[in-house]
Design a protein around this ligand. Structure first.
Ligand code: HAM
Length: 456
């Protein structure tokens, strides 16, 4: 039976209780304790916390669908692992490491990225004996002593995927597809920027040419790039200072120095992307900030953002030599990492992001009126949970009006209402919050009713 009620969504009037003036007892003044967040760190609180959970669930769903398996490695690692993997002359190693001496004098650090840790773990745990490729994924915290700004923190999190033990170009395309589709599933429109760094021989030949060119333009480079020219000239291509960008625009491009084999490999990756209709832009200046890459390198940018490297939502590439460099067998590998905080900011800035979109399912609220109903709701919540159904509720509130306001605040699509009459009748009211239409349902059919709503 359908009962049309007048009350529609958002029509619940809120009457604020009048505050009574009560004379407060005078308490002794305690010395203030300064509460500070360490610079570059942040809290994630509701409703961002709910969005964070949805981003995590989306990562679990896509990683599982592409047959990646979950891994954990410690946040604390030996400093030398990253120095050997990422290379001196990179910003992460030279400026951003959280490196310490342990109490026993050991040189340790908070990991600045996961790829080197995964490579270490692959070697140490004998993962080469597993069926190859080994496909691993994780979401975890990383630490870089960077200058904090929008989307740049000193503690941040990455959704990281690595495919180890396979050299086929299709693996690079699959990883790009996972990263791209992950962002798309969260409602973001992104473009992939892609380049090839070829083999170390290709790169050495290119570096001779690039260094010669940059020396001729030294006077136009910023002070940092003058140093980079000596230590790691490829990094000059990354520089965002205007004068340097102008020089870089004229510089020789690495694609012209790739061997035939490297070119064929790169073309093959691009053909797969064409097949998948993944939008990409060939970006000759894309060299990435870490030294371990060979062949494919890529970054993902939200379409509406302007073209600064800081707004990359994620990046990755092939690192065929890293495992061997760290003492393992020659093992090709490729991977990517997406910055969770940057994705969260981008999703929050989407037009029309309504709170309920933070959860991927319709939200159901369960309201009660009276003590008996409260007890029944408490019991039913657990019965529903055991059947995989989650309902919002607030058992501490007694007024139905207050609970309906809360349901509106949560953007609940439906509210179940259990009053004294319904407790006696063995029924429950199911109210559509948009239309205000209420339906009387048998209490034994609550689960089926919710399943139907969730599927709609
Ligand atoms: P990355 O480009 O250094 O690559 O970092 C990947 C993503 O992490 C960036 O695109 C960005 O979204 C996020 N990110 C980096 N630094 C910060 C920061 N300070 N604050 C907030 N977000 C940040 C890597 O880390 C490689 N390990 C990726 C990879 C995996 N390559 C192969 N496998």
């Amino acid at each position: 039976m359908l009962i049309k009620k007048e009350a529609k969504k958002k029509s619940v009037k809120v009457t604020l209780a009048k505050t009574k003036s009560v004379s407060k007892p005078v308490l002794p003044v305690k010395p203030a304790v300064a509460l500070n967040l360490v610079r570059g760190m942040k809290d994630i609180i509701p409703p961002q916390g709910d969005l964070w959970l949805r981003m995590t669930q989306t990562a679990i769903d896509i990683a599982t669908a592409y047959d990646f398996h979950y891994f954990e490695t410690p946040v604390v690692e030996a400093t030398s692992l990253f120095v050997r993997s990422l290379g001196r002359g990179t910003d992460v190693i030279d400026k951003e490491m959280y490196a310490f001496e342990d109490r026993d004098g050991g040189k340790i650090c908070l990991r600045p990225e996961m790829t080197a840790s995964v490579a270490r773990s692959y070697i140490m745990q004998g993962m080469q004996t597993l069926s190859q490729p080994v496909k691993l994924w994780n979401i975890g915290p990383l630490f870089r002593y960077d200058r904090p700004q929008a989307g740049r923190y000193r503690e941040f999190h990455q959704f990281d995927c690595e495919t180890i033990g396979e050299s086929a170009p299709v693996i690079d395309a699959e990883l790009i597809a996972v990263a791209y589709n992950y962002l798309r599933d969260l409602g973001l429109t992104v473009t992939v920027r892609i380049n090839s760094l070829g083999t170390p021989t290709d790169r050495a030949n290119y570096l001779v040419e690039l260094t010669g060119f940059l020396r001729g333009k030294r006077g136009y480079l910023c002070d940092d790039c003058k140093k980079r020219l000596l230590k790691n000239p490829l990094r000059v291509l990354d520089c965002k200072v205007d004068g340097c960008s102008a020089v870089v625009a004229e510089a020789p491009q690495i694609v012209d120095w790739l061997s035939e084999t490297s070119k064929t490999f790169f073309m093959s990756v691009l053909e797969y992307l064409d097949e998948l209709a993944i939008p990409y832009v060939l970006t000759p200046t894309l060299v990435r900030g870490l030294d371990y890459y060979t062949h494919t390198v890529f970054e993902l940018f939200e379409d509406k953002h302007n073209e600064t490297a800081q707004s990359a939502l994620g990046g990755g590439g092939r690192y065929d030599l890293l495992i061997e460099q760290l003492g393992g067998q020659p093992t090709p590998a490729s991977g990517f990492a997406i910055g969770m905080e940057r994705v969260m900011h981008a999703v929050q800035a989407l037009p029309n992001l309504e709170p309920q979109k933070i959860s991927s399912k319709p939200i159901i609220f369960f309201a009660h009126l009276g003590e008996q109903a409260r007890r029944r709701v408490l019991k039913t919540i657990e019965e529903l949970r055991q059947n995989g159904i989650v309902v919002r509720h607030n058992l501490a509130k007694s007024s139905l009006k207050a609970q309906l306001e809360l349901a509106n605040k949560y953007n609940a699509t439906h509210t179940l209402i259990l009053g004294q009459k319904e407790v006696q009748d063995g029924t429950v009211l199911v109210r559509n919050m948009e239309s205000g239409i209420q339906e009387i349902v048998d209490q034994n059919k609550i689960r089926q009713t919710i399943v139907k709503i969730l599927a709609s």
